[in-house]
Design a protein around this ligand. Sequence first.
Ligand SMILES: Cc1ncc(COP(=O)(O)O)c(C=O)c1O
Length: 394
Amino acid sequence: MIGHEFLHSPGPTHIPDRVLAAMHRQPLDLVDARLKEIARTCFEDLGRVFGTTGQVFVYAANGHGGWEAALANICVPGDTVLVPEIGHFSNTWADHARALGLKTEIIAGDWRRAIDPQAITEHLRADREGRVKAVLAVQIDTGTGIASDIAAIRAAIDAAGHPALLVADTIASLAAMPFEMDAWGVDVAIAASQKALMCPPGLAILAANARAVETSARLARPHRYWDWTPRLGEESYMKFNGTMPEHLMFGLCESLTMIKEQGLPTIYRRHRRIAGAVARAVETWCEGGALSFNAAVPAERAVTVTAIRTAESVDANRLRTHLRETMGVSVAGGLGALQGKGFRIGHLGDVNEPMILGCLSAVELALVELGIPHGTGGTRAAIEYLAQARQEER
Ligand SMILES: Cc1ncc(COP(=O)(O)O)c(C=O)c1O
C-alpha cells in the first residue's frame, strides 16, 4: 500500500511516533534506578488521569485481564454482580464474570441507549439481603458507540442505600472524556493501554480506592497474579508481580508525558470536536436512507467511536474490506448482535483533524464506489463543523 495507513478501529489505535521511539531501546537491569523512576512516574501520572489518590495497578495483560484482575480482587466464586447491559462489552464482561464462578444479574438494555441509573436504584432497592457485591458499568461501550454517566450510577447506588462497589470499565474512554474516580465515588476503574492512552496493546491498568483494597485484603482467593496485596509496596519488581513489561512501560511513560503536555481538558475538547465532525458527516450520509446511527440519543454518542448501522441491502463487511484493501483505511465491524449489521469509526487517542478527515473522505469514497446510497457532502459538513468549532475555541 502506498502512503499512510489509517487505523480507525476503536483500539488498537494509532501510536504516536514519540511513543514508538521511546520503546526503541535496550531493556534496563531490574534494579536500575532509571527503571524505578519510569515506574514511579507512570503510576503517579496514571493516578492523575484516573482522578484518584487511590492505588494504581498495572498488569501485563489486555482489557479482559483488567476485568479479571478487578473481579478477582473484590469477589469470590458464588458472589453476585449486577451488570447493566449497554452492549457487547457489558455482555462479554458478564460472561467473563460467570466463567470465574460469579453469579450475574443483568439489567436488560437494547444496545441503543446509555445505562439507566433509575433501573439500578430499583434493582438494588429490591436486593434486601445484599446479594449484589458490585455493579459493573462500562463508561463507553465500544461496540455500540454509547457513553454512560458513571457519576449518575454512583448516585443511583447511593439512592438505594446499597453497599455494592462500583466498578467502571474505562477501557475505551480514559484520557478521552472526563473520568473522576474519587469525585464520582468509583471504587475500581479499569483501563487498557491500546486505546486513548496511545500505546501498544499489552497493559491492563487498574485503580482501586481504599474500600476496594480493603475488600481485596479480606478475600481468600487463589489468584496470585492478580492479587493486589503483593503489588502494594514501592518495590517495582513486586508492583508487577515479576519482571516489568519494560518496553510497554517506556511507551506508556512517553504517552503520559504527552498527555501532561497537552492537558486533559484540551484532550477532552479535541475528542469532542473530532467526534462532532464524525457525527456531522454520518448525519449527512444517513440522509441517503441506508445508514443510521446506532445511538438513539445524540447526547449519548461516545466521543471515541461512532457506531453506524447499515440497511439490510448493504454489505457492511464488503465496505470495510474495500476500505482496507484498496485504501489502507481500517474501520471496525459490528460486534455481537451488531455483527455484519454495520461498521464503527474509531476516533480516539492520537487523532487530529487531517487524520479524521482522511478517514471520512475514504469512507465517503467507498460509499460512492460501492454504490451505497448516502447523502452527499458528509466530509464537507465535517469540515464546516470543524471550522466553526476551532473558531469558537480560539
Ligand atoms: C469497553 C471495552 N471493554 C473491554 C474491552 C476488552 O479489551 P481487550 O480486547 O484488550 O481484552 C474492550 C476492547 O475493545 C473495550 O472496548
